[in-house]
Design a protein around this ligand. Sequence first.
Ligand code: NAD
Length: 494
Amino acid sequence: MNQAEIDRLRALPVAPRGMFIAGQVVAAADGAVMDVVSPIDGRVFTQIAAGGAEDVDRAVAAARAAFEAGGWSRAAPAARKKVLFRIAELIEAQALELAVLGVRDNGTEIAMALKAEPASAAATFRYYAEAIDKVYGEIAPTAPNVLGLISREPVGVVAAIVPWNFPMMIAAWKIAPALAAGNSVVLKPAEGASLTLLRLAEICAEAGLPEGVLNVVTGYGATVGEALGLHMDVDAMVFTGSGAVGRRLLEYSARSNLKRCYLELGGKSPNVVFADAPDLEAAAKTSAYGIFRNSGQVCVAGSRLIVEDSIHDEFVEKVARIAAAMRVGDPLLLSTEAGAISSRAQLDKDLSFIETAKAEGGRLETGGAQILQDSGGFYLAPTVFSGVTETMTLAQQEVFGPVLGVMRFSGEDEAVRLANSTVYGLASAVWTANLSRAHRMVRAIKAGVVHVNTYGGADGTVPLGGVRQSGNGHDKSLHALEKYSDLKTAWIQL
Ligand code: NAD
C-alpha cells in the first residue's frame, strides 16, 4: 500500500454507472438515476441507475434464462471452480482500485477496507472454488432391495440484498457459494455502496461467468428490494441488513411464492471482561477496536462492554483513553484509524442515540460530538458512555455507529444475565484466564459467535450467523452451501 497511489486513484473521476443485466451495462428502464455522495466530503461524485420493478423483472428473467440454459447450473463443478478462481485473481489484481472506489462510496478507513473488502472477497471466491468439487452426495442406509440416493441441486434464482458497511465482503459471502452451487443471482447493493459491486459484476463476466448468471440491479430498497422480495420467480432470498427490513422480507415471501428467506441481521454484542483477563491493556485496546473500527458500522461490533466491578473504573479509563487517541478522519489516509460515517442520515441517527443516552443517565467518558465539519464529510468522535443499565436504549438498540455503552457486573451469573439481556444474539466475547470459566461462558452466552480473549477475529472457515433476532442463516464455511442447494431424494426399487 502506498499513499501516493491511493491519492492518484482518489482523484480519478468516476463515470456514471448503469446496472448490469444479462451481461450488459444498462440504464434503468425509466432512465432514473441517483446521486452518489461521498461521506469523505459530503459531495456528489457520480451517479448510478435507480432501478425499478421493470428492471428487476428483466434481471430475474435473465437469471432464470441462464439457469434453465444450464451453461452454469449444469456445468461440472470443476468447470465452475475454474471461473471462480479467475474471479478471485481478477479481484486481487485490482484490489487497490476497488478498495479506493469503495471507500469513496462508504467511508471505511482504507487499511481496513483493503483487508475486509477485495482481499476478503477474493479469499471467499477461492474458498468456494476449492470446495465445490469436494462436495459429495449420500447413499441412505435403506433395506437391501432399495437404493436411496440423496443429492444436492441448485435452488435456481437467488436474490441477494446487501448493506453498505462491507459491500464486497458481504456480497461475496453470498454470491460465491451461490454461484459455486450452480445458481443464478440477482444482487441488489445498498444505495450507499453500489460502485464496487457493479465492478464485481464486470469482473465476473471477464472471468468467464456466462451471461445472466450474475445480475446487479441498483436502486432504493423500497423499490428494487421490494420488487425482488415479491417476485414470483425468485427461489431464495439472502439478506444482510437491519431487523426492520428483515421482517419485511419475510412478509414479502409470505405474500408471494414462499421463497426461502435467510436473514443476517443486527446485533448488540456483549464484550465481557473479567478481572482475571490475561492482559487488561491488550483487552482494552482490542475492545476499543472491536467497537470503533469502521466507525462502529460493523454487525459484530462489541457495542456493550460489560466489566467486572473490581476493575471497572481502571478498565473504562483505559478504553476511553484509547478511544480519545484514535485518529479519526479522511479514510483515504493510511494513517487513519477510523474513517467517516457512511451517510448524513446515519450520522444523525448516531447523534440522536448519543442525546438519548445522555438523557437516560449515561455518563459521557469521551467523544459524543460530530467532528471535522470543515471537511463537509460525516465524522463522529469515538464515544464511550459508562453507567449504562440494562433498560437504557443504548443497552438495547443497535446504534451501528462508534458509540460504546459500558455496564458493570459482579459474579459470573450476573455477567451471563447481562450478556443475554437483549433480543439479539450475533457476536460476543469473554476475557478471562480461567479456562473452565471461558468454556462455561461460551455455553451460556446466546450468540452465534463467542470470542475468547480476543474480539472480532474470524476467517472463512467458520460460520457467521446469529440466533434470536440476529437472524436465521449462516454465511461463510461449508455450511453456507446448504442455503444454496436443495436436497433431492431418489428412491430406487432394485
Ligand atoms: P438496511 O436493512 O437498511 O438495508 C440493507 C439492504 O436492504 C439495502 O440494500 C437496502 O436498500 C435494502 N432495503 C431497504 N429497505 C428495503 C425494503 N423495504 N425491501 C427490501 N430491501 C430493502 O441495513 P443497512 O443500514 O444497509 O445495514 C446496517 C444493518 O445491517 C445493521 O443492522 C447491521 O447490523 C446489519 N448487518 C448485519 C450483518 C450480519 O452478518 N449479521 C453484517 C453487516 C451488517
